[in-house]
Design a protein around this ligand. Sequence first.
Ligand SMILES: NC(=O)c1ccc[n+]([C@@H]2O[C@H](COP(=O)([O-])OP(=O)(O)OC[C@H]3O[C@@H](n4cnc5c(N)ncnc54)[C@H](O)[C@@H]3O)[C@@H](O)[C@H]2O)c1
Length: 266
Amino acid sequence: MRTISELSSLARRVALVTGAGGHIGRAIGDALAEMGAGLILLDRDEESCRESEREISRSRGVSVRSVIADLERMDDRGIVAEIEKISGRLDILVNCAAFVGTASLEGWNAPFAEQSAETWRRAVEVNLTAPFVLSRSLASMLSESGHGSIINLSSIYGVCAPDLSIYEGTDMHNPAAYAASKAGLLQFTRWLSTVLAPRVRVNAITPGGVERGQPRPFIDRYAARTPMRRMAREEDMKGAAVFLASDLSAYVTGQNIVVDGGWSVW
Ligand SMILES: NC(=O)c1ccc[n+]([C@@H]2O[C@H](COP(=O)([O-])OP(=O)(O)OC[C@H]3O[C@@H](n4cnc5c(N)ncnc54)[C@H](O)[C@@H]3O)[C@@H](O)[C@H]2O)c1
C-alpha cells in the first residue's frame, strides 16, 4: 500500500492551469508545483501569467512555461500543439480561467434588467464552452497519461442563488450569466466523468467568495452568513486541488468539493 506522501506526489506529471495569471489559478499552480508537477500556465494576460511563471519557478524549482491565449477566441489546435512542443504529455487540466467581467463592462455588473445578452454569451463562452473545447481537445493526451485528471473551477453561485441583501448599499451586483455558466460547468463535470472514465477523472472545486477588497459592509455580511465566519482565501483552494490532481483521489470522479466555509449548508 502506498503512503500518503507517495499518493500525493505529482513528480513527473504535467499540469495545464488556465487563468493562471489570476489569484486562484496562481495558488493552485503553486500547490501542484510544490507537489512536483511541471506546469504550463495559460492566460490571456501576458504580464500576470509571466509573473506567475517567474514566482512559481523561482520558489518551486520545477519546469514552468506560459502559453498566452484568449479562450474567448480559442485556437484549441494551437494550444494542443504548444503542449506537445513543451512537454509532449499532459496529466492534469485545471479549468480555472473565468469571465469575471469588469465594473465598467456594459450589461455585466448591473441589476438584472440591465444585464445584456451579449455579455451573457461572452461569459458562457469563457466559463463553459472553453472548458468543453479544451477537455475534448486534450482528452486523448490525458487518457494516455495513465493518471488523467480534469479539475473545473465552479462557484458557490453555480450551486446557490445569491442573497441580494448582502449587496445592499454597494455598487456590486450578481450576474445571471456567471451563475448559469458555473452551474452548467458542474453538470458538464458529472457528464464528462462517465464519458472519460476509467482513463480520466473529472471533478470540480466550488469556491466560496474570496475576500479581495470588497466594501467592508459586504465582507462583514458575507462572513456573518458563513459558518466559518470569514470569506475564502486563495490558499483555501490548494488542498482540494492537490487532492483532486493526485492519486489521493484515484477513486473519486464526477464529484464537487465545495470550499465555501459552510456557506451552502444552511
Ligand atoms: N474570486 C472568487 O471569489 C471566486 C469565487 C468562486 C469561484 N471563483 C472561480 O475561481 C476561478 C478563479 O477566479 P479568480 O478569483 O482567481 O479570478 P481572477 O480574475 O483573479 O483570475 C481569472 C484569470 O482568468 C483569466 N482569463 C479571463 N478570461 C480569459 C480568457 N478569455 N482567456 C484566457 N484567460 C482568461 C484572467 O486574465 C485572469 O488571470 C474562476 O473560475 C472563478 O469563477 C472565484
